[in-house]
Design a protein around this ligand. Structure first.
Ligand SMILES: Cc1cc2nc3c(=O)[nH]c(=O)nc-3n(C[C@H](O)[C@H](O)[C@H](O)COP(=O)(O)O)c2cc1C
Length: 178
């Protein structure tokens, strides 16, 4: 069975949850490992295909996911990238260009797939006061841009689960016979 690595960087955990949803789809046909890059930095050469993902805060990927992209520069097998980002809902073209295409180009990468998924602003989890405050401010900005109301006691999950499923299906199709 082919081995797939989904390696992610996250600050508020959305990307971890999206990575795990994706893994659930892929596990029907592959051996999938989901890794938080803050805890572990696996060698991509131990896998038949890799997905690298990051949440985007203040226009930036997490440092560990960016560093991990460097490891893919010499990787000869298929790989893909995705981000979790709130601008996915209001400026999807900008998000693809700024958070995916430019990043891939900067690292000299040619992913077989790149996608942006919506954000989650989850106030139900325990977190430091400062992090909650950051999320509240981001929620206000989100409301202004999209007109969608944020609940300060809710999960505010704006991920499109069908898109996540489709990404997994497309990735599977592309790597099945490589
Ligand atoms: C403080 C803060 C800043 C953010 N800045 C951006 C941003 O610049 N662009 C964007 O598209 N989304 C932004 N977002 C939304 C996040 O991308 C979104 O919440 C995502 O789910 C975070 O991923 P993570 O939970 O894996 O860290 C921001 C969110 C917060 C809380």
């Amino acid at each position: 069975m082919k081995r797939i690595l989904i390696a992610y960087g996250t600050r508020f955990n959305t990307t971890a949850e999206t990575a795990n949803l994706m893994a659930d789809h892929l596990r029907k046909n592959f051996d999938v490992e989901v890794v938080n890059l803050k805890q572990k930095k696996p060698d991509p050469n131990d896998y038949d295909a890799v997905i690298v993902a990051s949440g985007v805060i203040k226009d930036r990927w997490t440092r560990e996911a960016l560093y991990y992209l460097d490891k893919l520069e010499k990787y000869k097998k298929p790989y893909a990238m995705f981000v979790s980002s709130s601008y996915t809902l209001s400026k999807p073209v900008h998000v693809k260009q700024e958070y995916l295409e430019k990043i891939a180009e900067k690292h000299g990468l040619k992913p077989i797939l790149m996608e942006a998924f919506g954000p989650m602003l989850d106030f139900t989890k325990r977190m430091f006061f400062t992090k909650k405050l950051q999320m509240k401010l981001a929620g206000k900005a989100f409301e202004r841009k999209t007109g969608v109301k944020i609940r300060n006691d809710g999960t505010n999950d704006f991920r499109n689960y069908a898109n996540i499923h489709d990404f997994a299906k497309e990735f599977e199709k592309k790597i099945m016979f490589t």
